[in-house]
Design a binder for this molecule. Structure first.
Ligand SMILES: NC(=O)c1ccc[n+]([C@@H]2O[C@H](COP(=O)([O-])OP(=O)(O)OC[C@H]3O[C@@H](n4cnc5c(N)ncnc54)[C@H](OP(=O)(O)O)[C@@H]3O)[C@@H](O)[C@H]2O)c1
Length: 294
């Protein structure tokens, strides 16, 4: 990209969009993050207007309906945002020749361990089979995004940051309040900091999206929800015992997949991108929380 190129980020105020807005972009990028009041992705008119006004080379879709349990009840809205929104973005990108970077989730998999080649982690070639409605909408969003020739879809996992609502902040708050805490230890994933995901997106934009298609993009190290909670609380400096419980002991409206570890070697081979181990990234997020007096 020779002249300054505009990257338009949807979902401003969310975890990923906030990290994209403050990420380390080279001077030849002009990054504009718009919230729902200026760019509602469920409205084709709103999307077309935003792209017309800002003429981005790349749109990064960080907007989503991310409340996994609420999605079971609010199906129409979840589908309108997660699938309809992506269709609108694809159409506008097609009309303006913009690229699209879209973000999906490990929850497209059922977590049952039926993997083609790597028994420890899912590859992009493994067959998705979502076990909840949120996962189904995100899978459909991938198909929608990949219909655009100039698109990259990044599947990520268990996102946390120092802003917004997330599991890490909830665990620290409850531990500080001295609440009795039980957290599931039989679900495995790759907790990913929104800042690391944002850095990966910056690198992909800098590489002019030369490799298109679907990539897994998550921390290379594994955790259970209990591991993540226990580490966050310890790093924060709260002396609090968190009990280990099983998924069966903690029923939720949306079923959760048990083991959604993602193999991210394709992203490394194509773009040379490897995220940090979650422990290192978590340390940075907890330090920021402490600095902010959370
Ligand atoms: N969070 C996770 O653990 C996780 C895990 C795997 C994958 N992902 C994926 O990663 C991406 C980024 O997630 P995140 O954690 O940054 O999400 P987030 O913090 O929930 O942010 C999503 C943002 O989208 C906004 N939004 C909702 N409807 C919109 C609409 N119609 N138009 C424009 N904006 C709208 C939300 O606004 P309101 O807050 O006002 O609703 C929110 O600011 C998403 O695609 C998500 O599916 C997330």
């Amino acid at each position: 990209m020779s002249r300054q190129s505009t990257v338009l980020v949807t979902g401003a105020g969310g975890q990923l969009a906030t990290e994209l807005a403050r990420a380390d972009w080279a001077d030849d990028f002009n990054v504009i993050a718009l919230g729902i009041e200026d760019l509602d992705i469920t409205s084709a008119v709103s999307v077309a207007k935003a792209l017309e006004q800002h003429s981005p080379s790349v749109v990064v879709n960080a907007a989503a309906f991310t409340a996994v349990d609420a999605a079971e009840e609010q199906r129409e809205l979840a589908r309108a945002v997660n699938v309809g929104g992506v269709h609108n973005l694809v159409q506008a990108c097609q009309e303006t020749d913009a690229g699209l970077i879209h973000v999906s989730t490990d929850y497209v998999f059922d977590g049952q361990g039926l993997r083609a080649t790597n028994p420890d982690a899912y590859l992009e070639t493994d067959t998705p089979n979502p076990v909840n409605f949120y996962g189904q909408t995100k899978l459909d969003s991938e198909y929608a995004a990949l219909a655009l020739e100039k698109s990259v879809v990044l599947r990520t996992s268990w996102v946390y940051s120092a802003i917004g609502h997330n599991f890490v902040k909830t665990m620290i708050r409850l531990a500080k309040e001295g609440k009795e805490l039980g957290v599931v230890h039989d679900q495995l994933g790759c907790p990913t900091s929104a800042a690391d995901l944002a850095s990966a997106i910056v690198s992909i934009c800098q590489a002019e999206m030369v490799h298109r298609g679907l990539f897994h993009c998550a921390s290379p190290t594994t955790a259970s929800w209990w591991d993540l909670a226990d580490s966050a609380v310890r790093m924060y400096g709260v002396d609090h015992i968190i009990d280990q419980i099983t998924t069966e002991e903690y029923p939720l409206p949306a079923k959760r997949p048990l083991d959604t570890r993602l193999d991210c070697s394709s992203l490394r081979q194509s773009y040379g991108i490897q995220l940090r181990p979650w422990q290192e990234a978590l340390d940075e997020v907890v330090s920021e929380l402490i600095e902010k007096g959370f």
